[in-house]
Write a protein that binds this ligand. Sequence first.
Ligand SMILES: Cc1cc2nc3c(=O)[nH]c(=O)nc-3n(C[C@H](O)[C@H](O)[C@H](O)COP(=O)(O)OP(=O)(O)OC[C@H]3O[C@@H](n4cnc5c(N)ncnc54)[C@H](O)[C@@H]3O)c2cc1C
Length: 488
Amino acid sequence: MTAALLAKLTQNKLGKIHLIESEAIGTIGVGEATIPPILDFNRLLEINDADFLRETRATFKLGIEFRDWKRLGESYMHPFGTVGAGVGRAAFHHSYIRARMAGDPTPFEAYSLASVAGRQARFAPPPAGDRGVHSTIGYAFHFDAGLYAAFLRRYAEARGVTRHEGRIIHVAQRPEDGFISSVTTENGLTLEGDLFMDCTGMQALLMEKTLQTGFEDWSAWLPASRAWAVPSANAGPLLPYTRSTAHGAGWQWRIPLQHRIGNGIVFSHDFIEETKACDILMSHLDSKALMDPRLIRFRTGRSKAFWNKNVVAIGLSGGFMEPLESTSIHLIHSSLIKLMDLFPDADFNPLLAKQYNTAVGLDFETIRDFLILHYKVTERTDSEFWNYCRNMSIPASLQYKIDQFVENGRVVMSRGDLFQLPSWLSVMLGQGLIPKRYDPLAKLVESRTLTETLATMRETIASHAGRLPLHSQFLRQIGMELSGEDQA
Ligand SMILES: Cc1cc2nc3c(=O)[nH]c(=O)nc-3n(C[C@H](O)[C@H](O)[C@H](O)COP(=O)(O)OP(=O)(O)OC[C@H]3O[C@@H](n4cnc5c(N)ncnc54)[C@H](O)[C@@H]3O)c2cc1C
């Protein structure tokens, strides 16, 4: 991703770009669900959807279904796009809460086309220029992480990036200021450079091992520390959404691709043994495993700086928050775009790094709060893990958001919030937060008018969803070859 974007935007004219990778180390091989801003990243690279879908065996994603998160047996959607439309002056959710207080049991997701279509395994992107109900959906992709890396490698090499195979075994620093001057691989290649992008994954070879930048640990708030990942055969209808199913000490992901399903369990090893978590994952697969499961250990938190001296840490080397809302790849894309906006010259003016660190730090913190919300606001009391999550203290920034919502039905957006109002509302309501009040302006609409308007909205969405093609049909229509059984 980094080599591809730098090559595209600098056109290799600000300096030669070298990419060093080690096949012996490989990539982490997970990271297959994304969020809608990936469309902007693809546009920036001028990659068209059809090429992207074919090369990475991708499918469409309309959001995430959360099962058993609020309590066992319940499910809600966090859809992409908008939910409902304002009735009168008040924002939609105030009318929704008013109706709910009056006894209307309709779930929030009934007002989201992405949710209703997703639940029926239906998908088609909104036609260009559409301003009707179809335009209310947002979408992203699920893709094969290995194929995505290979696709972007080819893209980068075609634009002049030179790739070198081999493990870096030595990093040299300038004696006067500690800036990195060169890296040397095991096969004896030494490369000098001005700007070093540390994309070495969790080992953070330059940012942490060499510059010892320091790490801010967030595991008290996001206690998951391990994951098992395993692919399985395609089965059942091809769902256009990620499924996240909560278990006793973590949760399981299900990511449908054209040729297989990506599965994994994310868990806290303080609350469950690794082997037991693996058993839970394997016993909850809905189709045959295609490989042995693989264990991944991680630490939740962020590097104290994302740009230090002449090193910028992109990806897992800069920090990691678990994949609950598929945000890591987005953080890579958004950090790269911020870097392009603040691109340094050879002087490396420290104010540029300062601005970059503030902006990326804000991205991390606002996403962190959104993730913690899922764990903190739960009614589950069936395990030590959920008891811990329900009772843990949370950042003041998140507590304030929760208090405002409970007291007034208001969602206060923070500077830098990636997730917007429909996302916060879907998760707050889905996890069981019910406000005590709503906007008094929502009372200005007559009760009968409100009931009728809400019913019309639901019917419009339901009838439009029913006319969309099945996700699998749409993929076939645009030339994709699906493999696996029962894709209809
Ligand atoms: C369990 C799990 C699930 C995830 N799911 C999602 C998801 O659904 N959505 C999402 O957005 N993100 C997800 N992520 C995050 C996502 O996987 C990463 O953000 C993404 O893959 C980028 O990883 P990376 O490039 O930083 O690191 P890596 O993939 O680890 O790549 C590191 C690279 O550095 C090279 N390297 C390392 N050391 C050396 C060395 N000494 N010499 C030479 N080369 C070296 C390696 O060969 C490799 O090419 C998930 C992460 C985990 C752990």
